[in-house]
Design a binder for this molecule. Structure first.
Ligand code: SF4
Ligand code: SF4
Length: 159
């Protein structure tokens, strides 16, 4: 997933870039700014072997910080969690099926607009939390839940 920390100033974001340019035309800063900080992609998921349906669980990646709703070791995350997917314009097509419906990358890839609570729309990083769209304070760490018990933590509603 992309970097969800505050990016380095100054940020060179073109006005309403998410409406005016294709994903592959975005600058690295714009690509990073698309992430709403929801943390949903850091949840462990279960895939139905027959239907391919993806179920999100409340069990979060071992590097997910439930208080900040961010990756605790972003710079070295691949060394610690090799399966962490670094989202790019090149792999969004093969990753979108397991991303949450609200994810800005998935929405733009599908030709949908950003939601009105997205920080790029509101100008405030907190708006994703205030809208109840983030996982802050809602996860359990994977080191507390055995993998065979993840099914007990499936999130039933669409996220
Ligand atoms: S689901 Fe999408 S928008 Fe939310 S944290 Fe992950 S990459 Fe960012
Ligand atoms: S390592 Fe884990 S917490 Fe960090 S970005 Fe990847 S999935 Fe999220």
């Amino acid at each position: 997933m992309p970097d969800r920390r505050a990016t380095k100033a100054p940020r060179a974001l073109r006005p309403r870039f998410w409406e005016r340019y294709r994903l592959e035309e975005l600058t690295p800063e714009e690509w990073e700014a698309l992430c709403d900080g929801c943390g949903k992609c850091c949840l462990n998921k279960l895939e139905d072997a027959e239907t391919g349906e993806i179920a999100f669980t409340r069990v979060a990646c071992r590097l997910f910080d439930d208080e900040t709703c961010r990756c605790a070791q972003y710079e070295i995350r691949k060394q610690i969690v090799p399966e962490c997917v670094v989202l790019t314009p090149e792999n969004i097509a093969t990753s979108a099926h397991w991303m949450p419906a609200t994810c800005a990358y998935k929405r733009l890839y599908q030709g949908r607009p950003l939601p009105d609570w997205h920080p790029l729309i509101t100008g405030r990083a907190e708006s994703v939390h205030e809208a109840g769209q983030s996982l802050r304070g809602r996860t359990v760490p994977e080191f507390e839940v055995a993998e065979e018990e993840w099914e007990d933590h499936i999130i039933e509603e669409e996220i």
